[in-house]
Design a protein around this ligand. Structure first.
Ligand code: PNS
Length: 160
């Protein structure tokens, strides 16, 4: 049986911290499905379609990593792609309370799907999509914090 994991989030945009979690997950799972939540109420920088396109490009040579948008419950998405687990990155203790709450709720909803927490490399523990957007919007350098392709798309969006 293939070991399948779902890595959910907003990925607006994908950072090098996310990329690292995906790469570490690949060592443990046969297939990694990145799941982008369609937030009806959030005002994103990139549309879900733009985010899918960027992530597809990042993993163009990695067929075991795929990206899909999902709506509704994460556990339903996980079941629909045949995943046994959900991966979440834990950067700091401050992430933990919210993540634990979600993990327990998800277990209550779907007992057979495990939540696994993975710790990114120290150099990415301070990196978040929202901070990257803020720093970029204020003219700061985000070099090394996001894939080059993402930085290029952010520059293009700024100019548009
Ligand atoms: O990394 P993010 O952007 O904080 O991701 C949050 C996400 C997408 C994992 C979470 O909001 C989620 O799973 N939403 C789907 C709706 C759902 O299942 N809610 C109950 C979770 S306990």
């Amino acid at each position: 049986m293939d070991r399948v994991v779902v890595y959910p989030g907003s990925f607006d945009p994908m950072t090098n911290g996310h990329v690292e979690i995906v790469n570490r997950s690949r060592a443990l799972f046969d297939r990694v499905h990145i799941g982008i939540l369609r937030h009806p109420q959030k005002q994103p920088l990139f549309t879900v379609e733009e985010r899918i396109e960027m992530i597809e490009e990042i993993y163009a040579d990695t067929p075991e990593v795929t990206v899909l948008a999902f709506e509704g419950l994460l556990v339903d998405f996980a079941v629909s792609v045949g995943a046994q687990a959900i991966i979440r990155g834990l950067r700091a203790a401050t992430d933990f309370e919210y993540e634990l709450q979600m993990a327990l709720m998800n277990r209550r909803l779907q007992d057979q799907i495990e939540t696994l927490f993975m710790v990114p490399h120290e150099e990415f523990t301070f990196v978040s999509s929202s901070l990257v957007k803020e720093v970029f919007g204020l003219g700061g350098s985000i070099e090394g914090l996001v894939p080059e392709l993402v930085e290029e798309r952010m520059v293009a969006k700024m100019r548009a």
